[in-house]
Design a protein. Structure first.
Length: 312
């Protein structure tokens, strides 16, 4: 299965910032194009005080910092130039829903962000959809209502453009980046995963069009079973089922480095066997790009391109 989409992470709150300008970003989009990528997804337009675009609303209400470059505008222009669709990722407060359980405040902020962004960028030809950036693994708090309210509003203001979520599976490798351990014992069972996500899908049907579960939180031999459940649930509720094929390695004590090619290939083959609709990755620019700060990323790009030729 080929990777045809990637997240763009320029808030970089748990991976290093690469300090690229327009020249480096243009070159990276060229590398993406050569790899067959047709979809780019801003993983979040802001996190706490850091922003990817100059949001007057968030600078006023949240004390966010004005960014030196409007990356949303840049990414839209580069997407149009290189024939890609751009999905806008919403704001993640990093506190209201996560620390305080205040899902209503998280929704309120993002309803304003959606309106602000559509007014500023909605006429861009490459604006192709929305990404609801709050990542969860279980039916916790008010996440179903958050997804539903935000998804419906995104679709209403934009004439029905598609909405995407990328949750993670609460598996043995579902460890916070700040945690030095690599695995845990209290992983979710297949039965609980299926039951909880059936409830979530029932609640967000019509508000979310695409679900792309992250593939790095369970062991490799478990992927087939989880992929089968995810695909069946998505089909049941009329959603597309993508895979978020993580191109960084969760199995090493250094968090995070480019993944071993053998592991990424195994995950892509499991997704192909399950009949998933599309593969995207987190995240090309850091972990697969020939100009990444990590030399291993360029080698991963080369191995992947050899794989693409083999599939052709």
């Amino acid at each position: 299965m080929q990777i045809t989409g990637t997240f763009l992470d320029e808030i970089s709150h748990d991976i290093p910032h690469q300090n690229w300008g327009e020249k480096e970003w243009d070159l990276d989009f060229q590398h993406m194009k050569r790899m067959g990528i047709d979809t780019v997804i801003l993983i979040r337009s802001g996190y706490r005080q850091w922003l990817a675009y100059p949001s007057a609303y968030l600078m006023k209400t949240e004390g966010a910092y004005k960014p030196p470059v409007d990356l949303v505008r840049l990414f839209l222009e580069l997407s149009e130039r290189h024939g890609m669709q751009f999905y806008f990722g919403l704001y993640d407060s990093g506190k209201y829903w996560w620390d305080q359980g205040d899902y209503a405040r998280e929704v309120e902020l993002n309803l304003h962000v959606i309106d602000e962004v559509w007014a500023a960028y909605g006429d861009a030809p490459a604006f192709g959809g929305w990404y609801l950036s709050q990542e969860v693994s279980r039916k916790t708090g008010g996440i179903t209502g958050l997804y539903r309210k935000l998804g419906i509003h995104c679709k209403a203001v934009s004439g029905g453009l598609p909405t995407l979520i990328s949750p993670y599976i609460d598996g043995k490798k579902a460890i916070l980046a700040k945690d030095p351990s690599l695995s845990r014992e209290d992983a979710v069972s297949l039965e609980d995963h299926q039951r909880e996500w059936r409830e979530i899908f029932a609640g967000i049907q019509g508000a979310v069009d695409i679900v792309a579960f992250q593939d790095g939180h369970v062991d490799y031999h478990e992927l087939a079973d989880y992929f089968a459940i995810n695909k069946a649930l998505a089909d049941e509720f009329g959603m597309q089922c993508w895979t978020n094929a993580e191109s960084f390695d969760r199995d090493m004590p250094i968090k995070f480095l480019p993944i071993k090619w053998e592991k990424l290939r195994l995950k892509l083959e499991a997704a192909r066997a399950a009949g998933l609709d599309k593969a995207i990755t987190f995240e090309f620019s850091h972990f697969m790009s020939p100009q990444s700060a990590y030399p291993q990323a360029g080698h991963l790009y080369n191995r992947y391109q050899e794989y693409r030729k083999m599939l052709a």
